[in-house]
Design a protein around this ligand. Structure first.
Ligand SMILES: NC(=O)c1ccc[n+]([C@@H]2O[C@H](COP(=O)([O-])OP(=O)(O)OC[C@H]3O[C@@H](n4cnc5c(N)ncnc54)[C@H](OP(=O)(O)O)[C@@H]3O)[C@@H](O)[C@H]2O)c1
Length: 216
């Protein structure tokens, strides 16, 4: 499959490398086609990896991963060209974190709104699935915890898209918890803060935790 990744940060790099490891072709997009981080990532990741603009990555992907600074999603998607996402599954990994008052951050969008819903509104013909936003990038691929595979919470309005993303998550080594429609992003983005607040509960902060739901 062809995967477009919008984002040159730790999430874009980690997920991009993981998709390549599983045999997919990946194009990483940025504001600048000559972004150093994207070019270095592509060189290091091998022949199935390439780099370009946000628009190039959106056009390339059968599936597109949104891994941009959460409060810049609108700007990144506008640069990518919202038409390029028509009919595609978009995996939204973002959290609208506000670091203006330092760490830990707060949510710039919350209550009866969320980044996930805003992405779906900006891309009305895309099938947006929130995923990967409740764990640090270190553990996104093949998470290895003593308590067994952790669970990734997902949400979105399109059942078929969620099924496809659940399959990807299973290939990545995750259990999957379907949390409903895209409006559940309000809660999954808040869960990111629970994850972050736990990180900052230790000195130095710890990043080695993930959520798991116990079933009976
Ligand atoms: N880091 C983690 O462990 C983690 C875990 C779970 C979820 N998340 C979420 O995943 C997303 C990506 O996180 P990250 O740490 O990998 O990277 P990040 O530093 O949050 O975002 C980097 C990306 O955002 C783009 N960007 C920044 N400002 C922009 C603007 N004004 N307009 C358009 N694009 C802009 C950058 O573009 P350029 O490439 O052009 O510089 C870059 O591609 C975030 O929403 C974050 O909350 C992060």
């Amino acid at each position: 499959m062809k995967i477009g990744i919008l984002g040159t940060g730790d999430v874009g790099k980690t997920l991009g490398k993981a998709f390549v490891a599983l045999g997919h072709e990946v194009k990483m997009g940025s504001r600048d086609a000559k972004n150093d981080k994207a070019l270095a990532w592509a060189k290091e990741t091998g022949p199935k990896a390439s780099a370009g603009t946000f628009a190039d990555a959106a056009a390339f992907g059968d599936i597109v991963v949104l891994a941009t600074l959460g409060i810049a999603n609108e700007s990144a998607l506008t640069m990518a060209g919202c038409d390029r996402f028509r009919g595609k599954v978009v995996i939204d990994t973002t959290n609208p974190l506000d670091f203006s008052k330092g760490v830990p951050p707060t949510l710039a969008v919350s209550g009866h709104d969320s980044a996930g819903e805003r992405v779906q509104i900006l891309l009305p013909e895309a099938r947006v699935v929130k995923a990967f936003n409740t764990v640090g990038s270190l553990h996104m691929f093949r998470p290895d915890f003593p308590g067994g595979p952790p669970d990734m919470f997902i949400c979105g309005n399109d059942a078929e898209a969620k099924k496809q993303v659940a399959g990807i998550l299973k290939d990545f080594g995750w259990g999957v918890i379907d949390s409903g429609g895209i409006e559940s992003s309000r809660y999954l983005e808040a869960m990111c803060l629970v994850w972050v607040l736990h990180a900052f509960s230790s000195t130095p902060p710890t990043w080695n935790h993930a959520f798991k739901v116990l079933m009976k």
